[in-house]
Structure formats: structure tokens, C-alpha cells
Design a binder for this molecule. Structure first.
Ligand SMILES: N[C@@H](CCC(=O)N[C@@H](CS)C(=O)NCC(=O)O)C(=O)O
Length: 203
């Protein structure tokens, strides 16, 4: 069976876990403790020199990086189309903006969790402003405004990023003034693939 390495709160790996569910793919044996990702005995290092999750191992095939992992899942999956927007540049832009938003939140969260005395106010200020700009941009997106956005890779990133920044307590009032985004986020919480792949603890 396919092995998808993940930690219980990794947002990137959560996107892959949700995508695996949508593609009807079962995987086993890849749940790691978060702390293990940064130690020399990290099992991912056997397959991926970056040691990061998600990393997917399917027999002799190793796939790294969230986007590639999800593309692989789509290729071997049940026909679910999570990337049905190749060449649709507004949709590609949405995906890239969502990933950049998540990258910023991940960096900010890492800083936010350090000892208070070591935290950089400058870095947190830069990431806080970036996040606020991105949230406003998503709020104005036609698909988010209408509630008819497709449930594809791009929107999985946005959903997981919103959930992740909330989990880490980054933007306490992110719903204020962004009713469309807040409503869209709440609606996604009902999806079976989201319910089945929530943030979980260590194994
Ligand atoms: N660019 C990567 C980012 C993945 C990533 O940063 N994963 C984090 C967990 S959220 C990780 O493995 N961190 C371990 C570390 O930084 O050593 C992707 O798209 O998959």
C-alpha cells in the first residue's frame, strides 16, 4: 500500500491527505510525530533529503512537494479532477496566491512559536501584512463571493491555510470584514474529505 508521510498538524500534508481522500486512495504507515520531522531519525530522510512532509512512496516511486504529490494522487486515483484548470491563468493565479499565502503563514507560525524573547517583530509584521492583503484578495474573488468555487487543489490550499493560521492563532479577527471568505470556509468544514482529515495529534 502507498505510504504518505505526514504529521498531524502539517498544513501541506493535510492538503495531500484531503486530496488522497478525494481521489479514493488509501495509505498507511506514514503518520509521524511532529518533532520527528526535525530529528536525525526522521523516517522521511530515507526517501527525501529535505525531510519534509508530504512525501509519498509508492513502490519504487517517491514523490515530494505538495503539488507533485497531489498530481500523482490524481494520476493513480478514481478520476477526481483536482487540477482541471491548467492554462486558465486566473485559476492558476488563485492556486499560486493560495500557496504563497500558506507559505507566509507557515513561516509566521514557526516564528510565533519560538520563545517570546527570540521572536522577530519585524518578520511577524511583514507576514501579518502579507496575510491581511491575501485575505482581502480572496474575499474579492468571484468564486468565493458567489460560493460556487470548485473544490480543486487551489481551493484545498486556501481552506487548509485558513484553518492552519486559525490553529496557530495568527490572525484572531480574520473573519471581520470578510463575510464571503468566512462563509466559504465554514461551508468547506462539512466536506467528508475535510472531516476525515482534520488536524490530529502525534501517533
Ligand atoms: N514546499 C513544501 C513545504 C512542505 C513543508 O514545509 N512541510 C513542513 C511541515 S508543515 C515540514 O516538513 N517541515 C519539516 C522541517 O521544516 O524540517 C511543499 O509544498 O510540500
Amino acid at each position: 500500500m502507498m505510504k504518505l508521510f505526514f504529521s498531524g498538524t502539517s498544513p501541506y500534508a493535510r492538503i495531500a491527505r484531503i486530496a488522497a481522500s478525494e481521489c479514493g486512495i488509501t495509505h498507511a504507515g506514514g503518520h509521524l510525530a511532529s518533532a520527528q520531522l526535525r530529528t536525525d531519525d526522521n523516517p522521511v530522510l530515507e526517501y527525501n533529503c529535505t525531510g519534509r512532509v508530504p512525501t509519498l512512496v509508492d513502490s519504487d516511486t517517491v514523490v515530494t512537494e505538495t503539488r507533485a504529490v497531489c498530481r500523482y494522487l490524481v494520476n493513480v486515483g478514481n478520476g477526481a479532477k483536482l487540477f482541471d484548470y491548467a492554462g486558465d491563468w486566473p485559476a492558476e493565479r488563485f492556486e499560486n496566491t493560495a500557496m504563497s499565502f500558506l507559505d507566509g503563514c507557515a513561516l509566521w507560525a514557526r516564528e510565533h512559536r519560538r520563545d517570546k524573547a527570540l521572536q522577530s517583530d519585524w518578520l511577524q509584521g511583514v507576514e501579518g501584512k502579507r496575510a491581511a492583503r491575501c485575505l482581502d484578495w480572496f474575499e474579492a474573488d468571484p468564486g468565493i463571493q458567489s460560493g460556487n468555487a470548485p473544490w480543486d487543489f487551489a481551493h484545498m490550499i486556501l481552506f487548509v491555510a485558513l484553518d492552519y493560521q486559525e490553529l496557530r492563532g495568527l490572525i484572531a479577527d480574520w473573519r471581520d470584514g470578510r463575510p464571503n471568505l468566512a462563509q466559504w470556509h465554514t461551508a468547506q468544514l462539512e466536506r467528508p474529505s475535510v472531516v476525515a482529515n482534520g488536524n490530529i495529534g502525534d501517533p
